[in-house]
Design a protein around this ligand. Structure first.
Ligand code: BG6
Length: 506
């Protein structure tokens, strides 16, 4: 597996022997994403020859229990099925379980001993990846204890082995808390050891954005305010919050999706070409986009909350009826906004972003909508033709399509928009690896290109924290409900309609 978005990826990178310790090993993310990712990396021969995974969690269980559970997770959630029994019989020998509370010194002391034993028995050479798949409030404590018990090394002094920490999102709750969290962890962890994960960056289609923009000469000259009318970014999900009531009540949609996934998409689509493919060069350009975003004006953002409705013909409850959600909750499950990137390339081009739960379908898309062609030749009865649209489908049905106007065959010559369509699935004929596979592998090889740097996170919070503050001040006021299965509140349509534009039909 090579990463086209890194210099290192162009020569083949090798993973060094290491131990991966997953904090929160009995949680949902481990079951659905991490266990299948490790299994598939192993099957594809991408794990290092000397590799061990240790699950760290509070529930008591044996290594054997842990192995059985992970096998169940793999058989339910892996992209490749059924479980390859022969491979699994070897792979499971590399899985261990360690039970401890996150605040218990004894648990960390015992972990350090276990890891030392693993090093001498399995040749993992002291190299460590710690994956923090826990509630954000535990991040500083775990990192401090790992350092205290010698498992996070001094990045400057230790050269013969390495330690890296993958931190799940959200990184902070707003501008102030993100900076405070960074200050806390920076006492123990150097930036080069910090891997802030945003799994969207591990998606093949997201990585392809830069290849598409900068490996094709035809787009770059059009990619600016001279030719682009506006850009729409949509992250729509038909699912509700499921069993994540506690999490969602804390976070809401802006923190869950917009602050990270959508801001990453925005940065990648709007950035200047980087000077090289190094992690630093790419992240520098992404940060400049965020720095150029004009403060979002009052009236340029709306929120909503899903009410009961129908998804695929099935009745579903409203957000306030979900488990672990307050009956008078004011947490948003939908956000739409308009923002401007005030730089030479994008001055005056609106970026419309929308995301929500319980919308009619799952679809993530970036649409570049080009300006109208002058109507002098082909306008029919004063009616404008459709604008050219380059639609980059991040998921599902990953691909890229271009809407162009075309002459319908025959003498009357009406003009009709048609689509040129590229689909990953049918062209490459294979399911792309899951985002988590790529990102875990990148971390093991020491490539942080596809992880968020601290300044990216801070700038993103800086743009969005005023929205959170405005909503907190309003409480339940201006919190429209939208029927589950609809495209969100009417206020979102008004937001874009005031510019004489409309949301794309997906
Ligand atoms: C996660 C969010 O980061 O991304 C979830 O916490 C969301 O709320 C999920 O459902 C979407 O991920 P994907 O890969 O299915 O688009």
């Amino acid at each position: 597996m090579t990463n086209p978005l890194s210099e290192a990826g162009r020569s083949s990178r090798a993973t060094a022997p290491c131990v991966l310790v997953i904090f929160g090993a009995t949680g949902d993310l481990t079951s659905r994403k991490l266990a299948p990712a490790l299994y598939n990396l192993g099957r594809d021969g991408l794990l290092p020859p000397n590799f061990i995974c240790v699950g760290f969690a509070r529930r008591k269980k044996t290594n054997e229990d842990f192995r059985q559970e992970l096998k169940g997770d793999v058989s339910s959630f892996s992209r490749s099925k059924p479980v390859d029994e022969l491979f699994w019989s070897h792979f499971q020998e590399q899985l261990f379980y360690h039970c401890s509370e996150f605040d218990n010194d004894e648990g960390y002391r015992a972990l350090a001993t276990l890891l030392a034993q693993i090093d001498s028995k399995y040749g993992t050479r002291g190299n460590r990846v710690f994956y923090l798949s826990v509630q954000p409030k535990f991040f500083p404590m775990i990192i401090e204890k790992l350092r205290k018990f010698g498992m996070i090394y001094d990045a400057h002094k230790t050269k013969d082995k390495w330690s890296r920490v993958i931190i799940e999102k959200p990184f902070g709750h707003d501008s102030a808390s993100a900076e405070e969290l960074q200050t806390q962890i920076a006492q123990y962890l150097h930036e080069t050891q910090t891997y802030r994960i945003d799994h969207y960056l591990g998606k093949e289609t997201v990585q392809n954005l830069l290849v598409f923009r900068f490996a094709n000469s035809i787009f770059e000259s059009l990619w600016n305010s001279n030719h682009v009318d506006h850009i729409q970014i949509t992250v729509s999900e038909d699912i509700g919050i499921g069993s994540r009531g506690h999490f969602f009540e804390e976070e809401g949609l802006l923190r869950d999706i917009v602050q990270n996934h959508m801001m990453q998409l925005l940065s990648l689509v709007a950035m200047e070409p980087p000077v090289s493919l190094s992690a630093g060069a790419i992240r520098d350009e992404k940060v400049k986009v965020l720095q150029s975003v004009r403060p979002i004006a009052e009236g340029d953002f709306v929120r909503g909350q899903y009410a009961p409705g129908f998804i695929d013909g099935q009745g579903v409850c409203g957000y306030r009826e979900e488990k672990d959600v307050a009956p008078n909750s004011t947490v948003e499950t939908y956000v739409a906004l308009r923002l401007f990137v005030d730089n030479w390339r994008w001055a005056g081009v609106p970026f419309y972003l929308r995301s929500g739960k319980r919308l009619p379908k799952r679809a993530t898309e970036i649409a570049i909508v080009f300006k109208d062609a002058p109507g002098v030749l082909f306008q029919q009865n004063g009616k404008k033709h459709d604008r050219n649209v380059l639609a980059i489908r991040i998921q599902p049905d990953e691909g890229i399509s271009m809407k162009i106007n075309c002459k319908v065959p025959g003498p009357s010559s009406p003009i009709q928009p048609v689509k040129m369509d590229f689909r990953y699935g049918s062209y490459f004929g294979a399911a792309p690896p899951e985002a988590y596979e790529r990102l875990i592998w990148d971390c093991m090889t020491g490539d942080s290109t596809l992880f968020a740097r601290s300044d990216e996170v801070f700038h993103s919070w800086k743009i969005l924290t005023p929205l959170l503050e405005a909503w907190a001040a309003k409480g339940a006021q201006d919190l429209p409900q939208y029927a589950s299965g609809s495209w969100g509140p009417e206020e979102a349509n008004t937001l874009i309609a005031k510019d004489n534009r409309s949301w794309r039909k997906l």
